[in-house]
Write a protein that binds this ligand. Sequence first.
Ligand SMILES: NC(=O)c1ccc[n+]([C@@H]2O[C@H](COP(=O)([O-])OP(=O)(O)OC[C@H]3O[C@@H](n4cnc5c(N)ncnc54)[C@H](OP(=O)(O)O)[C@@H]3O)[C@@H](O)[C@H]2O)c1
Length: 332
Amino acid sequence: MIQTILLKNRPKGKPTLSDFQFVEEKKDLNLQEGEILLETTYISVDPYLRGRMSDAKSYVPPFEVGKPITSGIVAKVIDSQNDKFQQGDYVSGMMDWKTQQVSKGEGLLKINKDLAPLSAYLGILGMTGLTAYCGLTQIGKPKAGETLVVSGAAGAVGSVVGQIGKILGLYVVGIAGTDEKVVMLTSDFGFDHAINYNTTEDMGTALKTACPDGIDIYFDNVGGPISDAVLFNINKFARMIICGAISVYNNTEIPKSISVHPFLVKNSALMQGFIVSNYSEKFPEAMKQLSTWLMEGKLTYKETVVEGFENTPQAFLDLFEGKNKGKMIVKV
Ligand SMILES: NC(=O)c1ccc[n+]([C@@H]2O[C@H](COP(=O)([O-])OP(=O)(O)OC[C@H]3O[C@@H](n4cnc5c(N)ncnc54)[C@H](OP(=O)(O)O)[C@@H]3O)[C@@H](O)[C@H]2O)c1
């Protein structure tokens, strides 16, 4: 039996389970020359999928209603009519939310399960690790001794950004949503300081106290009032990497924010939107560096692994409730 998850409706506001549809079909997948049969092992659920569920213009086309959702997947080759892939190989790439599927292998990367656990290729050695490395180094241009603030700090991207910041000699402050995550940031990931935005009334003052020398680099994963508070504490020539804005992804109206212009002018500061796919020429360098730091024990990572294909939509919804620590992944 092959199971597929389709987009049933375009969500209005916060997505719900009723926006997804499960389909089950009994069919033999016969391979043509050049094709491979894949069995899904791990599925990555990511906040950016929310954007693709709506039909607003963006940097990737929207999902089609009635068609499968796609995301980063690790799969096992269970049959092959393609010389480049053998039975038993593992691959990663963008695939449909299906338990099994046929592919021509285009855009799929063979991965080495002896180098790192398979799930790592969806996180630290996958899209979110590349995002952290490329965003911080290419836009943040960090210099040892500077102060880095990271929002969404306990998540897949944020937890890696903060650790890279420490490796590069920065003073690192993380912002996350629970006391448990705040403790994890300083004790497990080596951040210098962390702030729970849910229990902090005045984020501006909290950041001022946490960053006595002001903020040189802001890695923004969340947008909204947290990022507004950062603006009051930036230094001259600050760099702000606008990687994500999860706090407003489910808004039904255009979010109201303070005007950034005076902050940018006064501080000669840079605010730049970041999309990881624009940095593909940096991926080999990033992968090499991330793997080296992992092997040297300088970098670590956490995963929240949800078991069962049928729980994929719920795992995605849980990202908006902060239920993950590190990368949220579904084990099929
Ligand atoms: N531009 C790119 O190329 C690119 C690539 C990858 C990811 N991203 C973006 O980077 C951000 C992080 O992605 P990720 O994959 O690492 O996800 P993640 O941080 O692992 O998971 C999402 C986290 O967001 C936090 N969150 C949820 N609602 C929030 C709210 N209203 N205010 C503040 N925080 C909230 C939750 O943590 P708390 O418990 O701390 O609230 C949750 O754990 C997302 O905005 C994503 O879209 C962008």
